[in-house]
Design a protein around this ligand. Structure first.
Ligand code: IPT
Length: 424
């Protein structure tokens, strides 16, 4: 029989989200015109008058970069709605853009859908414009009405962002998260909800793009409150003892508006770099050996097939020493600088400490190899290494290690002493 999963487990929608790997987030609105990150709420709708708005350019940029989901700020902290909400006049309906007849959310959804890109929305809980804000019940009702509007009107929405940012204008204002989330799930059954506390995706704890050196998709939601102080370290690392499956999402902001040529180009290069590194897996031509195998179906060959989720190597349960080895078939040494390891997370995240050896020599720092999860990429610090056999030994695990994919890759342009040597 197959091994039993260990709890907690990702939902089907969370697995789909995990496989996206790269998501585009568009922060567009009055801030674009005032060049600020947080508006005050006092901005006049008159300032929202884009002359070059082109949602097709956003979607084309995303498509060229292989991105499968784009998220748009339908309303940021300034309270201005990019769609003509029935519940406020502080929206595109009062702006000169398209004589008040425009709808950015609709243009965004149409453009994304035309490129087969899924959409996500951001609706800021903190609202510095609406007068209901600071009155719990009226504001929560207003917010619910807008959620309902957005999630009914624009088709499938695959991710929704609940930003924990909250200013001092109403410090005691409470949000009815459980009502909001229930509404969201009822209207969009395969959506993933992002917030500091999930339930489906959590913030990674910084806006610099860094996940913890150890990083667990598991965490205890009871230790998290949306917008709370002092939780960023916990969010960053997750919790090997966590009872909830809430993987982290990294967000990094650059600049706003129409996507500048320079950014579109770098994004394309980013995709090319990923393709260049990962299209060839040197392990593909190697012999794969493991400490034990659970039965026919669970052999080590599964780590080099195309399925990176549901076919995996499983060792026997009653053995303590678990390892897997990739060995060059001929006299040629393997030459690589990236090691990729993926757990079969459909059955839970299991692996803690592990060791990676090339011809018997450790090549990854002990402090940096304490979790794996969906996909762990080790860039070898010393640069390109050569050898005949790579062995991964599993030292700590919550249940027998299940490996869905292993890769040895070469990034020909990466040189540890000259990080700037990326070609154009
Ligand atoms: C920060 C929020 O506090 C947090 O809840 C999350 O939504 C995050 O943004 C997303 O980047 S506020 C930011 C200025 C650090």
């Amino acid at each position: 029989p197959p091994p039993l999963p260990i709890l907690p487990l990702p939902s089907f929608s969370q697995l789909k989200w995990q496989q996206r790997e790269v998501i585009m987030f568009l922060h567009f609105g009055p801030n674009t015109f005032t060049d600020s990150e947080w508006g005050t709420g006092a901005e006049s709708p008159a300032i929202f008058n884009p002359t070059a708005l082109d949602a097709t350019q956003w979607a084309a940029t995303a498509a060229a970069a292989g991105i499968s989901l784009m998220i748009l700020t339908a309303k940021h902290h300034d309270g201005f709605c990019l769609w003509p909400s029935k519940y406020t006049t502080h929206s595109v309906s009062r702006s000169p853009w398209k004589n008040g007849q425009g709808d950015v959310v609709e243009e965004f959804v149409t453009a994304a859908t035309a490129q087969r890109i899924d959409v996500g929305l951001y609706l800021s809980p903190w609202d510095r414009h609406d007068r209901r804000y600071s009155h719990d019940l009226p504001y929560n009702e207003y917010y619910l009405a807008q959620l309902q509007e957005l999630l009914k009107k624009y088709g499938n929405v695959k991710e929704i962002w609940f930003d924990g940012a909250k200013g001092q204008n109403a410090p005691n204002m409470s949000y009815y998260f459980s009502d909001w989330f229930a509404m969201v799930k009822e209207l969009q059954s395969s959506i993933n909800i992002f917030s500091d506390a999930g339930p489906d995706v959590r913030w990674v704890g910084n806006e610099k793009g860094f996940a913890g050196t150890s990083c667990w998709s598991t965490i205890n939601r009871t230790s998290l409150a949306i917008g709370a102080e002092g939780i960023t370290q916990y969010l960053n690392k997750g919790d090997p003892k966590g009872r909830d499956w809430v993987p982290p999402e990294c967000d990094v902001s650059i600049r706003e508006g129409l996507i500048p040529q320079k950014d579109a180009q770098i994004l394309k290069q980013f995709k090319n770099t990923i393709d260049r590194i990962f299209t060839t897996n040197l392990a593909q031509n190697c012999s794969i050996k493991a400490s034990s195998q659970r039965g026919q179906e669970f052999g080590p060959q599964n780590v080099i097939d195309d399925d990176h989720l549901w076919t995996y190597w499983a060792p026997k349960e009653d053995v303590d020493d678990h390892w897997i080895e990739i060995r060059s078939q001929g006299n040629e040494r393997l030459r690589f600088n990236v090691v990729r390891i993926q757990e079969a997370i459909g059955l839970g995240q299991r692996i803690g400490r592990h060791e990676i050896y090339l011809d018997g020599k450790r090549i990854v720092d002990e402090r940096e190899s304490r979790s794996i999860g969906y996909k762990r990429l080790y860039r070898i610090k010393s640069g390109v290494v050569c050898g005949y056999a790579l062995k991964v030994r599993f030292i700590e695990f919550k249940g027998v290690p299940l490996i869905s994919s292993l890769g040895l890759h070469l990034d020909p342009f990466w040189n540890p002493t000259r990080l700037s040597s990326v070609p154009t």
